[in-house]
Design a protein around this ligand. Structure first.
Ligand code: ME8
Length: 609
C-alpha cells in the first residue's frame, strides 16, 4: 500500500510541478519585449502543440450546495470563482471541465423536506432548480451540473464504498459522540462548547460553526481515518500549494497534530432514510459527506474511465468545509488508491452588516435580485474585486454602486468612450502608430512626443498579463483586478496628459501624434478587455467587439501588446472599429439610505440551531 501511496504522491508532484513551473514562468516574464516574454509566448504556443493532451486538461469544481435553503451571495461567490478559473483556462488553450450542483441527501435535508411537508425528492428538485437558475442567469458556464440523487452518482458512491470496504478501511463499530445536523459533522469533545439557546436553555454547540450539537450513540460503519495522519502530513508537506492560501494549508497541518479519530461513515436507516443505503446492509445509510465528496469523481466518469479528468482536479471551497476537503476527502482517496486533488482553493466568507448571513438575522442577500439590480457582470466584478480569499468580506449595496461606477463606468468605460469618439476618430478605424512620435526608449529622436510617464505606462501594461496570470492562478483575483485598474488609470492619465482633442488636424505631425495616442490607448484597452474576459464576459466582449477584435483574436495567445513599438506589423492597424453599441457600463444609482441598507439585523441569538 505504501508503494501505491508513494506513486500517488509522485504523480501529484509531477502534475503539480508542471502547473507550478508554468505559473512561475509566467510570473517572471516581465516584458513582451524581452527574451523572457518570448519564452512565455513559446509556453503559450506549446499549450497548443507539444504538451500531451491529458496535461492540457483542467477540472474545476465548486462545493455542491445543500438544498435546505435558497442560494445567497456566498454560493454565487464560490460559483463565480470557479467560473473565472474555467474561462481563464479555456482562454489559455486548456480543455476545461467545470462542475457545480447540489448536495441532496442527509438528515438536514430530510428534516427540511419534512418541515415543508414535501416528499424529499420533490423538495430537492425545487431548490436545486433555484440554484441552477441562479447560475444560468449569472453566466456560470458549468459543463456539468450534478445532483447527488442521480443514478450515476449512486453507482459511483456504491462502487467507492465497496472499494474502501474491500481494502479493509471500513469496519463496523459503535459510534458515540457529538453530531451537528446543520454541519452534518461529527465533533470531538474539544470542538464542542456551552451556550444558551434563544429560550435560555443550556445547550452544546460546535465551537467552529456555532451550530447546535447533539450526543449520538449508534452502531455505525467506521472509516480508519486515524491510519492516514502521516500520509496526509506527507502530502501537504510535499505539496505546499495543495491547499491555498497558505494560512489554510497551515490550518490543516495544525489539525493533523490534533486528535484524528476514526470517522463514522454511516447512520442507522431508522434515523436517516434520505440517503444511499450501505451496499449489502440496508439497515445503514451512507454518511452524507462521504456521499457528497464522491460527486467530484462521479462527474469525472468514475467508476468507469475517469483518470484523464481526475488527475487534473482542482476544488474551490469555502473555509467552512476545509476539514472535509483537506482531511476526509484525501484520506478516502488514498484509501481507494486514487490520486489526490491538485489544489484546494479555499476562500473566506461574505458577511452582511459584519454578521454571518442567516435567515433569523434577516440579512441574507439574494444574489439573483442583486444581479438584476446591478447587472450580472456588475455583481461578478464586485464579488471578485472585493472578495479576499484570506479574510472575510462585508457585503454592502452602497459599496457595490461606488465601486462599479468608479471602475467600470468612469475609468474603463470612460477610456473606451474617449478613444472611440467620432470627434477624435471620425474614420472609426484602429489608427496608425507612428514610431517617430513615440520612438522606442533610448532612440535618438527629436520628433518624439512621448514623455517618461508614457514609457512607464507602457512598461506597466506590458507586464500586466504576467501579473494578472500570477494572481488568477493563485485565486487572488482582487490583486489582478487592482493591477488592471491601476493600468486603466494610467492610460486615462496618458490621454489626459496629451489632450488629443486639442490636436488640430491641419498639422500633419499633430495628426500622426493624435493617431498614435489613440493607437496606444486602444492597444491598452484591447489588453484590458482580453484579460477581463473571465471576470466580466459580457463587458469584455462588448469592449473587444467595439475595437473590432475578432473571436480568434481574444485568446491569451493574442495578448501581444503594441507590436508596432517593436517595429512589427500590427493586424489591427487601419481596421474598421466595431459598431458603437452604447456605453460600456451604465452608471448605477446610489441606493437611497433606506432602500440600500440590508435589513437591520435582528438581535443576534448566540445559536443557529
Ligand atoms: O457545505 N461566503 O454546502 P453548503 C462565501 N453540501 N461562501 C459561502 C458562504 C459565505 N457566507 N456561505 C456558503 C455544504 N458559502 C456541502 C458541501 S461539497 C462535497 C459538499 C459557500 O450549501 C462556500 O463555498 O453549506 C461554502 O463552502 C459552501 O457555500 C457551503 O455550501
Amino acid at each position: 500500500m505504501m508503494k501505491t501511496y508513494l506513486s500517488v504522491i509522485r504523480n501529484c508532484k509531477v502534475a503539480q510541478r508542471w502547473s507550478f513551473s508554468h505559473a512561475t514562468r509566467c510570473a517572471v516574464s516581465p516584458s513582451p519585449f524581452s527574451s523572457k516574454w518570448n519564452c512565455k509566448r513559446l509556453m503559450v504556443r506549446r499549450l497548443g502543440t507539444d504538451i500531451p493532451t491529458e496535461d492540457r486538461n483542467y477540472y474545476i469544481t465548486t462545493p455542491i450546495f445543500y438544498v435546505n435553503a435558497a442560494p445567497h451571495i456566498g454560493h454565487l461567490y464560490s460559483a463565480v470563482t470557479a467560473d473565472y478559473l474555467h474561462r481563464y483556462k479555456l482562454l489559455q488553450g486548456f480543455n476545461s471541465r467545470f462542475v457545480t450542483g447540489t448536495d441532496e441527501h442527509g438528515l438536514k435535508i430530510q428534516q427540511a423536506a419534512n418541515a415543508a411537508g414535501q416528499d424529499p425528492l420533490s423538495f430537492c428538485t425545487k431548490v436545486s432548480e433555484r440554484f441552477k437558475y441562479l447560475f444560468k442567469s449569472c453566466h456560470i458556464s458549468y459543463t456539468d451540473y450534478i445532483r447527488t440523487t442521480e443514478e450515476r452518482h449512486r453507482c459511483a458512491v456504491e462502487h467507492f464504498w465497496t472499494v474502501l470496504q474491500s481494502k479493509g478501511f471500513i469496519y463496523k463499530g459503535n459510534y458515540e459522540g457529538w453530531y451537528s445536523t446543520q454541519d452534518e459533522s461529527f465533533l470531538t469533545p474539544s470542538q464542542v462548547g456551552d451556550a444558551k439557546d434563544s429560550s435560555g436553555k443550556e445547550i452544546k454547540i460546535s465551537l467552529e460553526s456555532g451550530h447546535k450539537v447533539e450526543w449520538m450513540k449508534e452502531e455505525n460503519y467506521m472509516f480508519r481515518l486515524s491510519e492516514f495522519r502521516s500520509r496526509l502530513q506527507e502530502w501537504l508537506e510535499g505539496n505546499p500549494r495543495a491547499v491555498q492560501p497558505e494560512r489554510f494549508h497551515h490550518a490543516v497541518l495544525q489539525w493533523l497534530q490534533e486528535d484524528l479519530p476514526d470517522l463514522s461513515v454511516s447512520r442507522q436507516r431508522s434515523r436517516l432514510q434520505w440517503g444511499i443505503p450501505v451496499p449489502g446492509d440496508l439497515d445503514q445509510t451512507i454518511y452524507v459527506w462521504l456521499d457528497a465528496l464522491v460527486n467530484y469523481l462521479t462527474v469525472a466518469g468514475y467508476p468507469d474511465s475517469h483518470s484523464q479528468w481526475w488527475r487534473a482536479a482542482h476544488h474551490v471551497v469555502g473555509k467552512d468545509i476545509l476539514k472535509f476537503h483537506a482531511i476526509y476527502w484525501p484520506a478516502f482517496l488514498l484509501a481507494a488508491d486514487l490520486p489526490l486533488p491538485q489544489t484546494i482553493h479555499v476562500h473566506s466568507h461574505w458577511t452582511v452588516g459584519g454578521k454571518k448571513m442567516s435567515k433569523s438575522l434577516g440579512n441574507v442577500v439574494d444574489p439573483l435580485e442583486r444581479s438584476q439590480r446591478f447587472t450580472i457582470d456588475g455583481m461578478r466584478y464586485f464579488l471578485l474585486r472585493q472578495g479576499v480569499p484570506d479574510t472575510d468580506c462585508d457585503y454592502d449595496d452602497d459599496k457595490v454602486v461606488k465601486l462599479l461606477n468608479a471602475e467600470l463606468t468612469d475609468s474603463l468605460g470612460g477610456l473606451l468612450n474617449r478613444c472611440t469618439a467620432p470627434s477624435l476618430n471620425p474614420a472609426q478605424v484602429y489608427p496608425h502608430f507612428c514610431s517617430d512620435s513615440f520612438p522606442s526608449q533610448g532612440t535618438e529622436s527629436h520628433k518624439g512626443r512621448a514623455v517618461d510617464e508614457d514609457y512607464h505606462m507602457l512598461d506597466a501594461v506590458r507586464a500586466l498579463p504576467a501579473v494578472v496570470e500570477q494572481h488568477y492562478e493563485s485565486v487572488h483575483v482582487y490583486k489582478a483586478l487592482e493591477a488592471i485598474n491601476r493600468c486603466v488609470r494610467q492610460t486615462n492619465g496618458f490621454v489626459q496628459r496629451h489632450t488629443p482633442w486639442k490636436l488640430g488636424s491641419g498639422d500633419g505631425r499633430d495628426q500622426l501624434w493624435l493617431d498614435t495616442i489613440l493607437h496606444v490607448s486602444l492597444e491598452c484597452l484591447r489588453m484590458y478587455g482580453t484579460l477581463l474576459q473571465p471576470i466580466v464576459p459580457e463587458i469584455a466582449d462588448k469592449l473587444l467587439s467595439r475595437l473590432g477584435v475578432k473571436p480568434e483574436e481574444k485568446s491569451w495567445a493574442a495578448l501581444n501588446f503594441l507590436v508596432k513599438y517593436q517595429g512589427k506589423d500590427c493586424p489591427f492597424e487601419g481596421r474598421a472599429l466595431g459598431p458603437d453599441t452604447g456605453v460600456l457600463f451604465n452608471r448605477l444609482e446610489r441606493p437611497n439610505a433606506e432602500k440600500g441598507k440590508p435589513k437591520k439585523a435582528k438581535k443576534a441569538t448566540k445559536v443557529k440551531s
